[in-house]
Design a protein around this ligand. Structure first.
Ligand code: 4AD
Length: 428
């Protein structure tokens, strides 16, 4: 095959060399009949290609053909790298390609309904965030597991499940790997994580709910305190934010250009507040909330603002929630069973994580499930696995698209998903 050069690798060292590149036509501009500028893009990098009518370069027909190309059409170009004396605006690479040959490879329809360049951005962030998540946990001794997405009953309680027929047996799509990640802990894995799809059938028509999203789940043995889980959240997310800021500069810049935002403010040791402290802060600001209820979206946002003013951070952990608002598997506080060893984590006043220590005593687990209206028959194998020796343990679940949406201060989770699924959208 011929030698291809990636657009992102075009630099001054290639001056006067002949190169072969392929890219998508980003902009095309004619200057009279004899000159045209074509900016080609490959994986977010762009280079300006110059067509000049001359015997050793291109013909007038070629310039005409180039200017007739629709945006996002794929083009191959052979040409010579040159270095202009002035900075090149509108292209990432600071060299030009003097075109000798140009081939149209595929044509995009004129007037595309979406901006292809934007669509790819947050997906790159997502990939990077996942990479850091995986690397961090592997280095902390966690084992990656893969749990079934077809299961016999609801994993989070409630009715928001996609039901289906499993060869004549009622089944549903997993709302989370909750039950199976805990069973893996009973199976002596010690520390586990999973990256996988999570399905929620709730009728939520909001900026932050999807019917299918990517769940990052973590579960681990606890020696003494659920703060051991919170410490993992703290170190993991500080590493993730640092890393995104450092290694996704180009992507963040591109997103910022389209949707301006300020970089996330976060502390080196993540702020931890108890639910009661949060309620107190709200009360002092004139917002009355039920001290044993859940915070609604508005109260969460307000608390986010108060925390920012007082502690100068947009990332914090709220823990020791009232037991009544947490799922059945949540461990009550030893000193006050009206509260629980649980936590939520917020970015810019919106929830990205929920987590907790779990009940590991099978009889108590069954009692709690019943009290929460769960049909114990549907989770018998789960409860049974705690009879084979279950250590104290806890974990958390992260909504990946929410993390990216809020880190970049996007106003809609659909902007952080390549193919969003919501109650009204099943395609593409
Ligand atoms: O709060 P959730 O439902 O908690 C669980 O699934 C537990 N099993 C976690 C645990 O280990 N205790 O979901 C966890 C996170 C939320 O904090 C939120 O970020 C995200 O998943 N999430 C959603 N993201 C997009 N669309 C939805 N419909 C979401 N529902 C939850």
């Amino acid at each position: 095959g011929r030698k291809w050069t990636e657009i992102g690798l075009l630099n001054e060292e290639l001056k006067d060399k002949e190169v072969l590149i392929r890219g998508r036509a980003q902009t095309i501009r004619a200057v009279g009949k004899n000159i045209a500028f074509l900016v080609l893009r490959e994986k977010g990098f762009t280079v300006q290609c110059v067509l000049t009518v001359a015997p050793e370069l291109v013909s007038r027909q070629m310039v005409k053909f180039a200017t007739s190309l629709s945006r996002e059409s794929h083009v191959d170009i052979e040409g010579i790298v040159s270095v202009p004396g002035v900075p090149i605006k509108g292209a990432s690479q600071q060299v030009e390609v003097q075109v000798r040959k140009l081939y149209g490879i595929s044509k995009a329809v004129p007037n595309l309904p979406i901006n292809i360049e934007d669509a790819a951005r947050s997906e790159i962030e997502i990939e990077k965030a996942l990479q850091i998540f995986r690397q961090f946990l592997l280095s902390e001794g966690f084992v990656g597991i893969h749990t079934p997405k077809l299961i016999g009953g609801s994993s989070e309680g409630g009715s928001a499940v996609f039901k289906l027929d499993y060869k004549g047996q009622p089944a549903c799509l997993a709302q989370s790997p909750q039950l199976h990640k805990q069973m893996a802990i009973c199976g002596d894995f010690g520390r586990v994580f999973e990256i996988g799809p999570v399905f929620r059938a709730e009728d939520s028509y909001t900026h932050r709910h999807l019917c299918e999203f990517t769940g990052l789940d973590v579960e681990m043995e606890i020696k003494e305190h659920y703060f051991e889980v919170i410490d993992i959240v703290d170190h993991l997310f500080v590493a993730m934010f640092d890393n995104l800021n450092e290694n996704c500069k180009k992507e963040l810049e591109a997103i910022r250009k389209q949707y301006p935002f300020e970089p996330l403010k976060y502390l080196r040791k993540t702020l931890r507040l108890t639910f009661q402290e949060g309620v107190q802060m709200l009360k002092e600001a004139g917002v009355e909330v039920d001290p044993l209820g859940d915070l609604n979206t508005e109260a969460e946002r307000k608390l986010g603002k108060l925390v920012l003013e007082k502690y100068d951070t947009e990332f914090y952990i709220l823990h020791r929630y009232p037991l009544a608002v947490r799922p059945f598997y949540t461990m009550p506080c030893y000193d006050d069973p009206a509260y629980s060893n649980s936590f939520d984590v917020f970015i810019r006043g919106e929830e990205i994580i929920s987590g907790a220590q779990r009940v590991h005593v099978p009889e108590f687990l069954a009692t709690r499930a019943e009290a929460c209206g769960i049909d114990v028959q549907t989770i018998l194998t789960y409860i049974d696995s705690f009879r084979y020796g279950a250590p104290p343990h806890g974990g958390f679940g992260v909504g990946l698209e929410r993390v990216v949406m809020l880190f970049c201060a996007l106003n809609n989770i659909r902007k952080a998903s390549l193919y969003p699924r919501d109650p009204l959208r099943l395609a593409p």
